[in-house]
Design a binder for this molecule. Structure first.
Ligand SMILES: Cc1ncc(COP(=O)(O)O)c(C=O)c1O
Length: 444
């Protein structure tokens, strides 16, 4: 395809060239049908031809502050003009200030941070830190989890995205989930914890470096641990010298109505993994936060780890400005109050539409789980698959200008934290009409 390099591309040209010369993730390329995006503001984005979408997933659950915030843009521009890059052996003002700020915001006594390019490599480094500090090698992780697509993080991932990368990093051992796929409700806390303790016993606690969990499970079904579960994991880890790693790449930075989701249970992990909302994705950045005992371990021992873009000044500037926006606009508090309103709307749709098996939400982190039959809980699409009805629902959302993440028999409600009541009404009106499609597939 030949296009004039000075003229803006049309939506069709963007799609054709992107498909011709770039690879789309987690997809057979012939099946990919990307939405061309030209610009975005607040909770909306537009195609080059001006079709407007409401972004009901904050893109990839990451643009928590909303699109096009002038304060974040200006901070990045000013940093680019002053110092676009410094190598990670240097000290910079934005790195200094971001470390200090995160120490103020992170749970408990977590006060030292290692910066990465995103969530996956933050998990890689959390795993390495845990292994170096404990001298043990096993990492316990759940099936219903996603931790990133680099080798170690993907091996820790329990969902089918791991399958084609195996055999991967040795040492990952699976622990049972507190909420099994295909069930409406979680396991009782004591059962879930006892199942984990069994695995710990069989594996030998002295071989286990860490238990790695998403504080609230994201793409694997928005699973909210029942009260007592996180506290139980913390107690188990403390008793056996195992480190607790909380992956808050998706759940952190206000998504659940707290700075970090684990705060809902007053638990302090040993290692806290973050990315996405850290910069609202204006520039890519991840981080691992650690408690003083872990940081102290590396005072006189070498930390074997590094990245060319560790503490990238543009990313640090974006993070500082994003955090300022969360504070100035009270977005964490807002996620809590708007989250309650969102839940009311979700519950009303659950009552109205027989294809809604369950709704789950915490703050502005929400999910609809669709079924063919509420009694048998037969899912609207199989595990790791889709169905005609789920595909039709996705097409309807797109036609109507609602963007969200549709996966297997679920779809998400994860708007930017700045969403207004009116914008929520706009999105839920489309969801309401869309659910009529799946209602028609409910067993009589
Ligand atoms: C919980 C969790 N951990 C890790 C990752 C990986 O982050 P990244 O894609 O920035 O590598 C993701 C991405 O969606 C995630 O949701």
């Amino acid at each position: 395809m030949s296009t004039d390099a000075r003229a803006p591309l049309s939506g069709d040209e963007m799609v054709a060239l992107c498909k011709r010369h770039t690879l789309y993730e987690w997809s057979a390329q012939s099946k990919v049908d990307p939405i061309p995006v030209a610009r975005a503001k607040g909770v909306h984005f537009w195609t080059p031809e001006g079709k407007r979408f409401i972004d009901f997933n904050s893109q990839l659950m990451c643009v928590n502050a909303g699109h096009g915030d002038e304060r974040i843009i200006k901070a990045i521009q000013e940093q680019a003009a002053m110092l676009a890059y410094a190598n990670p052996f240097m000290a910079t003002e934005v790195r200094a200030r971001l470390g200090q700020k995160l120490a103020e915001l992170a749970p408990g006594d977590i006060d030292t941070f290692f910066f990465t390019n995103g969530g996956a490599d933050a998990n890689e480094n959390a795993i390495r830190l845990a292994r170096l500090v404990t001298g043990r090698h096993k990492i316990l992780a759940r099936y219903r989890s996603y931790h990133g697509a680099t080798a170690g993080a993907l091996q820790a991932t329990g969902d089918p995205r791991r399958w084609s990368a195996e055999p991967g990093m040795p040492g990952v051992v699976r622990i049972p989930d507190f909420h099994k796929w295909g069930r409406r409700d979680p396991e009782p806390v004591d059962v879930a914890l006892r199942d984990i303790e069994d695995v710990v016993r069989y594996e030998g606690p002295q071989t286990i470096a860490a238990i790695l969990v998403e504080s609230v499970v994201g793409t694997n079904g928005l699973l909210i641990p029942p009260d007592g579960y996180m506290q139980g994991l913390r107690a188990l880890c403390d008793r056996l010298g195992i480190l607790l790693i909380a992956d808050e790449v998706m759940a952190g930075f206000g998504r659940t109505g707290e700075w970090f989701a684990i705060n809902h249970w007053n638990v302090v992990p040993d290692l806290l993994v973050m990315a996405k909302g850290l910069t609202s994705a204006y520039v890519q950045l991840g981080a691992v936060g650690m408690r003083p005992a872990i940081a102290r371990h590396f005072q006189d021992r070498i930390f074997y780890g590094g990245l060319t873009y560790n503490s990238h000044p543009l990313a640090c500037a974006a993070a500082l400005a994003t955090i300022r926006v969360y504070e100035e606009d009270n977005l964490i508090e807002r996620a809590r109050t708007m989250g309650k309103r969102m839940r009311e709307r979700m519950q009303a749709l659950e009552k109205k539409h027989p294809s809604v098996g369950a709704v789950r939400s915490i703050g502005l982190f929400g999910l609809f789980e669709l079924v063919r039959d509420r009694q048998t809980y037969e899912p609207m699409a199989p595990f790791n698959g889709t169905s005609d009805e789920m595909a039709a629902l996705g097409r309807f959302f797109r036609e109507q200008g609602l963007y969200t993440f549709v996966r297997w028999n679920t779809f998400f409600a994860n708007p930017p934290l700045c969403i207004t009541e009116g914008e929520m009404d706009e999105a839920f009106a489309i969801v309401d009409r869309g659910l009529e499609i799946t209602d028609r597939a409910v067993n009589e």
